[in-house]
Structures are given as structure tokens and as C-alpha cells.
Design a protein. Structure first.
Length: 143
């Protein structure tokens, strides 16, 4: 979505253009990997008012339309991003929760194959790398 305006993305996906949808997309354009609560804060800063429920509904609508990607790192709230359709992965700091995108390591979706498929038609492989980011590692060393 980086090269298209939010209004174009909504129209191309057959979605009604609303202030909340525009504000959510603009917020995610400016910031990646946001939890819904932070999306709400950014939407409120743009619109003046919005409910948590309206932000959740909008995030789910945009996710269902394939415009937004929802990731659910273990032990953390769901995060939302605009990078969709490329089956990329994520690297997450165990200390501060920082998330970075990691390109798919082997070709196209699902980019990883299990030794046994059990009759499933594979669509996506999700890999989460857990570790400590450079900032947190430096703080651990200096402590």
C-alpha cells in the first residue's frame, strides 16, 4: 500500500471510504506493527474521537479484505501492519517487544515446507524469531 493513497486502497478493495478507515490506514502507513490500542491513540489524534470497538471493527474489516496483516506474537497483543501478501516473517525482542520484518528465506509462499503435510494445502508459513535487540543487549551488558 506504500505507493497508493488510503482512499485508493479502500476503493480498489470494494470498501466504503470512511473517516475511521482512512485514519487507521494512515496510522499504519506511518507506523508498523502497532497493537490496536496504539492505533486507537493515533486515530484519535487524527479524528478527535473514536471508540476502541470501532478501531477493532475497522482492523478486522481491513484484515479480512487483505489490506492489513495481523500478527499474534506469543505473550503479546496482536499487532497490525500494511505489509501483506509476501509471507514475510518477524523478529521480536523478548525484552522490549520491538518487531522487525524478515523477508521469506526460501522463495514464495509458503516458503517453508513441513516434512509431513497430512493432506493440507499449505498457504502460508509463519516464522517468529525471538531474541534480544541491540538496544536491550547493550543495556544488559551495561547493567
Amino acid at each position: 500500500m506504500q505507493s497508493k493513497l488510503p482512499i485508493e486502497v479502500l476503493r480498489e478493495n470494494g470498501l466504503r471510504v470512511t473517516a475511521i478507515r482512512m485514519a487507521v490506514l494512515e496510522s499504519l502507513t506511518d507506523h508498523a506493527h502497532l497493537p490496536a490500542e496504539e492505533v486507537l491513540e493515533l486515530v484519535r489524534s487524527r479524528l478527535g474521537t473514536a471508540s476502541m470497538q470501532s478501531v477493532y471493527d475497522t482492523l478486522h474489516t481491513l484484515t479480512d479484505a487483505g489490506i492489513v496483516n495481523e500478527i499474534e506474537p506469543a505473550g503479546h497483543p496482536a499487532r497490525y501492519e500494511l505489509r501483506v501478501g509476501d509471507n514475510h516473517h518477524h523478529m521480536i525482542c523478548r525484552i522490549c517487544g520491538r518487531i522487525e520484518d524478515v523477508d521469506c528465506s526460501v522463495g514464495i509462499s509458503p516458503c517453508l515446507a513441513p516434512t509431513q503435510q497430512y493432506g493440507f494445502v499449505l498457504e502460508v508459513a509463519e516464522v517468529t524469531y525471538w531474541g534480544v535487540c541491540p538496544l536491550c543487549a547493550a543495556q544488559q551488558v551495561s547493567s
